[in-house]
Design a protein around this ligand. Structure first.
Ligand code: NAP
Length: 242
């Protein structure tokens, strides 16, 4: 029986995991919720780099690695491609298309934290939706800025920063209310391409608020790439995995 190792961490990966039978494995890093209602096996935690993953693939007699991780999770994607190649099996990936700026959007791409801070200087009330990274910089908030930071879990803030713990999907009206309450004048976002987190971009567009977009990392080359989960399910079925 052919066996898939599905690397997850995003909504589409869970949708895919729900289609997998009991011989298959769904792997999570352990930062988000772990589903308890799946037919396939679920494992949580790192493998110990590309080498550890290769060892795991051989030990568990995996036939195919499916990388359905977040577009900014570049390390595990690279490890998956290297480990699959070393173990002489294929690696397929679900690569979510990026959001595209429309004519009424003011998006400014930044490559890293240093560029982001420079681009942020003219603003007073940024909303960070990058995950936990800004937490390391709470002592560096310039005098003229008051930050709002949204991450998966709540953390203590300070008098210059409110930290909101929240998980998508986010509703348009709630995003509008957040922008109004915190007087947001700039949004900082990854380009995740997820519909669950897209409403914040619509609010920025409505209000004419600029968006600083953290550039997507370049991901490792794999044997096959899919943009939609449906296409991937079809290919798995054709190849006899489902
Ligand atoms: P990363 O930098 O690419 O990976 C860091 C390490 O976490 C990997 O080297 C690996 O540890 C472990 N890891 C990551 N995904 C794993 C998986 N599915 N199963 C087992 N181990 C995994 O990833 P990240 O950006 O920290 O993201 C961690 C997880 O959260 C990913 O699964 C990703 O899909 C999900 N996520 C990330 C973001 C984001 O913005 N980055 C957003 C939403 C969800 P070892 O080297 O020890 O194997």
């Amino acid at each position: 029986m052919k066996r898939v190792l599905l690397l997850g961490g995003v909504t589409e990966a869970l949708a895919l995991a729900r289609r997998l039978g009991p011989q298959h494995l769904y792997s999570l890093a352990g930062v988000g919720r772990v589903p308890t209602d799946l037919t396939c096996q679920v494992r949580v935690g790192g493998f110990g780099g590309a080498q550890g993953l290769e060892h795991f693939i051989r030990e568990q007699a995996i036939d195919l690695v499916l990388d359905a991780t977040h577009p900014y999770a570049a390390q595990i994607s690279q490890n998956a491609a290297i480990a699959a190649q070393s173990a002489s099996i294929e690696c397929w990936a679900l690569r979510r298309p990026a959001w595209q700026a429309g004519p009424n959007d003011d998006w400014r791409e930044v490559s890293d934290w240093a560029e982001l801070i420079t681009a942020l200087a003219p603003f007073q009330h940024p909303l960070f939706t990058l995950g936990r990274e800004p937490l390391q910089h709470l002592d560096e908030i310039p005098d003229h800025q008051f930050w709002t930071l949204r991450a998966l879990d709540a953390y203590p803030g300070n008098d210059r920063c409110e930290i909101i713990g929240a998980r998508g999907p986010f509703l348009l009206d709630d995003e509008r209310a957040l922008f109004a309450r915190r007087k947001i004048d700039v949004l900082i976002s990854k380009n995740s391409g997820s519909t669950a987190t897209e409403p914040k971009l619509e609010v920025a567009r409505e209000l004419g608020v600029p968006v600083l977009v953290l550039k997507r990392p370049v991901l490792a080359k794999v044997d096959r790439e899919f943009l939609q989960v449906g296409e991937l399910i079809e290919a798995l079925s054709l190849a006899g995995f489902l």
